[in-house]
Structures are given as C-alpha cells and as structure tokens.
Design a protein around this ligand. Structure first.
Ligand code: ADP
Ligand code: MG
Length: 308
C-alpha cells in the first residue's frame, strides 16, 4: 500500500475540518481529491505531507507513520502546496539547486536540476528569474521542485488553479506524463480535472468523504437516474410513455417533447423506439444525457448539505 489514511479528524480550534476520513491508495494510482472550497482538501494534504499533525487518527506512507517517521515520509513525497510558494527573486536554476540542497542531493545536484528542467519543459525560460515567469511556467517550477528528489508519491494541491486554457492543457499533460511513474494525489474543485487526469476520485465535502470510486464507475453510479429526451412528430398520451419498461418519471418539456427518467442501468431507448413504431409515431430526435461526474458531484455535495 502506498498511502493509508485511518480515521483522521482535524480540529482548528472549534472548527472541525476533517471528520473521520479514511482511504487507501495503491502504488501507481492517480487520485483526485475533489471537493468545494473549505471541504478539507488542503488540510488532508498537509497532514499526509507532515506539515501539520492530525488531531486524531494515523497516516502512513509506504509503511512509515507520519508522526514517528516524518523524515522518511518527506523523502518519499514531493509536494506542491496550494498557491505554489516560490522564491521569486531567484533564477529558476538557482531555486532548484537550493531545493536540491535541502534534499542533500550533493554532487548529483547539477545533473538532477538539468533533468528536471528538461522533464518539466523549463529550458526555453531558463535564463529568467521566477518573478518574470508566467503562471504556467511557475507551476512547472513548482512541479520540478516537487520531483527533484525522485519521490514515489506526488501530492499536488490545486496544481491547475489560475491557469489560462492553454497552460491548463499543458500542465494536465505534464502531470499525466509524470504520473505514469508515481503515485499521485491531486486536489481540485473542478470535476473536469478529475475526468481528465485521474483514475479514481475521492469526493470530500465538509470534512467527510461522500464518494470514493473509479472515475469510470462514478459516472455510472447505481441508484442515479438516466435521462432521455425524445421528440415525436405529434402529440401523444403521456400514459403511453409510462408503459415503457424502466421508466419512472415522464415530463412534457416542449412541443411534442418528453423527458423520461429511468434507472442509470436501464437504457430505455430501444423500447422507446419500438413503442414509436407500434403506434406509428416518428421520432424526430432522441438523446440520452451523459451522467457527468459534475452532476454526481453536485448530487453528492447537495445531499450532504441538506443534512448538516
Ligand atoms: P480546502 O482546501 O478543501 O478548500 P481547507 O483544508 O483549506 O479546505 O479548509 C478546511 C476548513 O478548515 C475550512 O473551513 C477552513 O476555513 C478551515 N481552516 C483551514 N486552515 C485553517 C487554519 N489554519 N485555522 C483555522 N481554520 C482553518
Ligand atoms: Mg485548499
């Protein structure tokens, strides 16, 4: 097991930021920690990276407990904190050499810095001070510093926030590429990020995990509804549509247009088509709404909000 989080509670004074959080991550997984602002994502990451202690509970990284063996844990982890704090008056190389020094890389430093500049695509900007870099290139410096000691685990706190669309695509690709050889946890409040980069999502809201599943399974969750919209060439009786197997709810949503709800597992489209043929109706259009992670996320976090 790469990371084990066991029943973590974290209080900031009276504020409960994490409320019984547990999960396990296998080596090689890319996991998205997904949740709205204030959910507890950064707090969880700071506990895993030994920046703050949990109030209750334990975390281990490759078998090392974060309290008892924080030095070993830090060696295993590369961490890109939220807002990517950098020494902006340093040159890129100078900064990476400084970080390499903190990791005692010694004689390996110059080679390792070269390698990081190459991997993260920093060479075109290599003569510049960090101050002069765009947000996208600053994120590359942040990733380079997180990777410099060749850690097994990468913890990336909102690595793509504040990037413009082009930078976003570049950094996502870079993370996906780097992630092939590492265990990665990245946090985000944007569902598309998880769909783009992660094999698994842990959804957290108000300090509690509300879902933990593969990205693929989350979008076809049991118990969620499937929605089909169909348009006929003429008005029909609503009762006809209710006869279609699996249909739970029918609404008239436009001229000769109906929106039907069924279980997520049932695809009613074939039966709907047969019904049209039987009754001599023409189907002008038929569309099944994709159950996006975004919808799931909203359902889950709203459910949670209604039971404070
Ligand atoms: P996220 O990263 O998901 O936005 P955080 O982990 O930063 O969430 O915060 C979780 C909760 O804990 C929030 O309600 C936040 O206000 C609170 N919090 C975070 N850091 C501190 C702190 N140092 N002192 C007091 N409250 C904090
Ligand atoms: Mg945060």
């Amino acid at each position: 097991m790469s990371i084990e989080v066991n029943h973590i509670y974290k209080n900031y004074g009276a504020q409960l930021a994490l409320n019984d959080v547990s999960f396990r991550i296998q080596p090689g997984e890319i996991v998205g920690l997904l949740g709205p602002n204030g959910a507890g994502k950064s707090t969880m990451m700071k506990i895993i990276t030994c920046f703050i202690p949990a109030t209750i509970g334990t975390v281990s990284v490759y078998g090392y407990d974060t309290r008892e063996h924080s030095l070993e844990v830090r060696r295993k982890i590369g961490y890109l904190p939220e807002n990517n704090p950098l020494y902006i008056d340093m040159y890129i190389r100078e900064y990476l050499e400084f970080i390499a020094g903190l990791h005692h890389l010694g004689k390996a430093t110059p080679g390792r810095v070269d390698e990081m500049m190459e991997i993260t695509g920093l060479n075109p900007e290599k003569g510049k001070k960090i101050r002069a870099l765009s947000k996208g290139f600053r994120q590359r410096v942040g990733l380079a510093q997180a990777l410099i000691h060749d850690p097994e685990v990468l913890i990336l706190d909102e690595p793509t926030s504040g990037l413009d669309p082009n930078q976003l695509v570049d950094i996502r690709q870079l993370i996906t590429r780097i992630g092939k050889e590492k265990t990665v946890i990245l946090s985000t409040h944007i569902m598309q990020e998880v769909e783009a980069m992660c094999s698994r999502a842990i959804i957290i809201n108000k300090g509690k995990i509300v879902a933990d599943d593969s990205t693929a399974r989350l979008v076809t969750r049991k118990g969620e509804v499937s929605i089909v919209t169909v348009e006929f060439d003429q008005m029909i009786d609503q009762a006809l549509l209710k006869q279609v197997k699996g249909v739970k709810n029918v609404k008239n949503t436009g001229t000769n247009t109906w929106t039907l709800e069924s279980d997520a597992q049932t695809d009613i489209r074939q039966d709907l088509f047969k019904l049209a043929v039987t009754h001599n109706l023409s189907v002008l259009s038929m569309q099944k709404a994709a159950n996006r992670l975004e919808d799931i996320f909203q359902q889950l976090t709203q459910k949670e909000n209604s039971h404070p």
